[in-house]
Design a protein around this ligand. Sequence first.
Ligand SMILES: [Zn+2]
Length: 97
Amino acid sequence: MVTIREFQELMRALYYERDSRRGIERTFMWLVQEVGELARAIMKNDRENIEEEVADVLAWLASLCNLLGIDMESAALKKYPGRCPKCGSIPCRCDLK
Ligand SMILES: [Zn+2]
């Protein structure tokens, strides 16, 4: 089992040097491009490709967070501390939009 923090640390070990040279703006653009590829995989209902693109989106988000000095696990649990941040329920009881 790997935690969100451990995954982010792996991405740092693998890519931080290259990510630093690329910079925040271009790394963000790569993340957006991968989200677009995930959208296309979903539209094609290509299960294997969807899994690959989910992995890429997570990896690029981790790279971006490394450059921004954001700990993904802390940020996620701060906003979602085990319940819906708006209504406080599990499952969420907020009105559908
Ligand atoms: Zn809610």
